[in-house]
Design a protein around this ligand. Structure first.
Ligand code: URA
Length: 446
C-alpha cells in the first residue's frame, strides 16, 4: 500500500477502505507518513466528502489510535452529553450534576474554548484548585462513588485526533462534516459510555451556521454512534444568540450556581432540561434494554418536571458541591460565588437608540468576550478567568436609548475598545419586534 495511491483515490472521488484509512492515520502517528501527505488527504476529504462507511471507519481508526477508557465494571447506564460548541453554553455544568443526582452515571471528557466559543474545562478551572487532569482511575472512582466526573483529554487518548486537528487547523480543513463528526465521535466512543446525547448547535455562534448543515452533521454522528454500539441521539439547538446571561468563565460558573439553586435564565433552563429529559430517556432505554423511543410531549414534560424537582430540592446543587470537592476545587464558591476570580474593571454598554433588540449575534458576543481576555485566539494562548460579559438584554426585548444592554468585565483597559466595537457590530436595535427563534429545532434519532 502507498500513501500516494490512497490520496489519489480520494482526490478522484473514490471511497477508501478501513485498511487504507488505517495505513495513513497510523502511519502518520508512527512517523512513516509525512504531514504533507496527511494534509493532502484531509483536503481531498474536505473537497469530496466521505460516505457514511468511510466516516465510521475513520472514527474507529481514530478511536483505537490510543488508550480507551473501560467503564464496564461500573453497572447501569453511563450517559454523556456533548455540545458541538457555542457561546455562553454552560449546560454541561448544570445538567451533569442534575442527571447524576437522579441516579445516572455521567462520565464526561470535555474540551477547552477556542476563538469565539467557550469550553467546559476553562469554566471549571476558574474555580480555585479545580483539577481537570486527574488520573483515569480517579475519574472512574468518582463516577462509581457519586456518579460524575469531568476531565480533559490525556496525551495518550485518541492521539490521532490531536494530530489531525493540528493539521486541519493550518490547512483550512476544519469545517468538513466527516472530519468534525469523526473527531468528536472518536473521543466520545473512547470514553466507555453506553449512551450519548448530542447537542448540535446551529446559528451565528455555531460551527454549523445553517439548520441544513447542522442536520447533516447530526445525522452523521448519530449513525456513527449507533453503528458502533453506543445509543446516540442528537438535538439541534439554537446558538444564534448566547445562551443564558453570561459569557466568560467565572461569570458562567456564577450563573450555573444560580441555575442549580433553581434561578436559571429561561432559555438556559429550557435547553438544559430538554437535554436532561433525553439523557433520562436514554438511561431508561438502556436499563430496560428497549429501543430508544421518541419523546412525546407528555413524557418530555414528565422527565422535565422530575428534573426540576431535583433542582428545587437542592439535590443537583449538593451533587455539584460534591463534584467540585472531589476534583480538588474550592467548593466554598458554591456558597460564596464572590470567591471566584473577579475582574478589576467593569463598563456598561448602553443602547444608542430605543427599540427592540433584533440581533445579538452569538459569534460577535463570543469574540468580544475573547477580546476582553476570556478566550483564546490560538490554542496555546492563556486566558483571564475573570473576564467576560453579562447580558442585561436578549433578542426580542425592548430597550430605551441609554439603557444598559451588557456589562463588560476585564482587567486591561486596552482591551475594551476593540471588544466594544465587535460587540456593537453584532447588535441590531429596530422599530419592529422580531419573532423569537425556536430553541430546540429538531431531534435526530437516525
Ligand atoms: N470539536 C471537535 O472535537 N472536533 C472538531 O473537529 C470540531 C469540534
Amino acid at each position: 500500500m502507498r500513501a500516494y495511491d490512497i490520496i489519489k483515490k480520494k482526490r478522484d472521488g473514490g471511497s477508501l477502505t478501513k485498511e487504507e484509512i488505517s495505513f495513513l492515520i497510523n502511519g502518520s502517528l508512527k512517523g512513516d507518513v509525512p504531514d504533507y501527505q496527511v494534509s493532502a488527504l484531509l483536503m481531498a476529504v474536505f473537497l469530496n466528502g466521505m460516505t457514511d462507511e468511510e466516516t465510521i471507519a475513520l472514527t474507529e481508526v481514530m478511536m483505537h489510535s490510543g488508550k480507551t477508557i473501560d467503564l464496564s465494571d461500573i453497572t447501569g447506564p453511563k450517559v454523556d452529553k456533548h455540545s458541538t460548541g457555542g457561546v455562553g453554553d454552560k449546560v454541561s455544568l448544570i445538567l451533569a450534576p442534575l442527571v447524576a443526582a437522579m441516579g445516572v452515571k455521567v462520565p464526561m471528557i470535555s474540551g477547552r474554548g477556542l476563538g469565539h466559543t467557550g469550553g467546559t474545562l476553562d469554566k471549571l478551572q476558574s474555580i480555585p484548585g479545580f483539577k481537570t487532569d486527574i488520573p483515569v482511575e480517579e475519574f472512574k472512582d468518582n463516577i462509581k462513588n457519586f456518579g460524575l466526573s469531568i476531565i480533559g483529554q490525556s496525551q495518550d487518548f485518541v492521539p490521532a485526533d490531536r494530530k489531525l486537528y493540528a493539521l486541519r487547523d493550518v490547512t483550512a480543513t476544519v469545517d468538513s462534516i466527516p472530519l468534525i463528526a469523526s473527531s468528536i465521535m472518536s473521543k466520545k466512543l473512547a470514553e466507555g459510555i453506553n449512551g450519548l446525547v448530542l447537542d448540535v448547535k446551529t446559528g451565528s455562534g455555531a460551527f454549523m451556521k445553517t439548520l441544513e448543515d447542522a442536520r447533516r452533521l447530526a445525522k452523521t454522528m448519530v449513525k456513527i454512534g449507533n453503528s458502533m454500539g453506543v445509543r446516540t441521539v442528537a438535538l439541534i439547538t439554537d446558538m444564534d444568540q448566547p445562551l443564558g446571561k453570561t459569557v466568560g468563565n467565572s461569570l458562567e460558573i456564577k450563573e450555573c450556581i444560580s441555575a442549580l439553586r433553581g434561578r436559571g435564565a429561561e432559555d438556559l433552563m429550557e435547553v438544559t432540561l430538554t437535554l436532561t429529559a433525553w439523557m433520562l430517556n436514554m438511561a431508561d432505554s438502556i436499563s430496560e434494554e428497549t429501543e430508544l423511543k421518541p419523546l412525546k410531549e407528555f413524557t418530555l414534560k414528565k422527565y422535565k418536571d422530575e428534573a426540576m424537582d431535583f433542582l428545587e430540592k437542592g439535590d443537583a446543587f449538593k451533587k455539584f458541591v460534591e463534584f467540585i470537592d472531589a476534583q480538588y476545587g474550592d467548593a466554598e464558591v458554591a456558597f460564596k460565588p464572590n470567591l471566584l476570580p473577579s475582574a478589576s474593571a467593569t463598563k456598561q454598554i448602553t443602547a444608542d437608540r430605543e427599540g427592540y433588540i433584533r440581533r445579538l449575534d452569538a459569534e460577535a458576543v463570543g469574540t468580544a468576550a475573547m477580546l476582553l481576555g476570556a478566550g483564546r485566539k490560538k490554542a496555546e494562548d492563556s486566558i483571564d478567568y475573570s473576564a467576560g460579559i453579562i447580558l442585561h438584554k436578549k433578542v426580542g426585548e425592548y430597550v430605551k436609548a441609554g439603557e444598559p444592554i451588557a456589562m463588560f468585565y476585564y482587567n486591561d483597559e486596552n482591551l475594551f475598545k476593540d471588544a466594544e466595537e465587535v460587540f456593537r457590530s453584532g447588535l441590531e436595535i429596530g422599530d419592529r419586534e422580531i419573532a423569537k427563534r425556536k430553541l430546540i429545532h429538531e431531534v435526530i434519532m437516525s
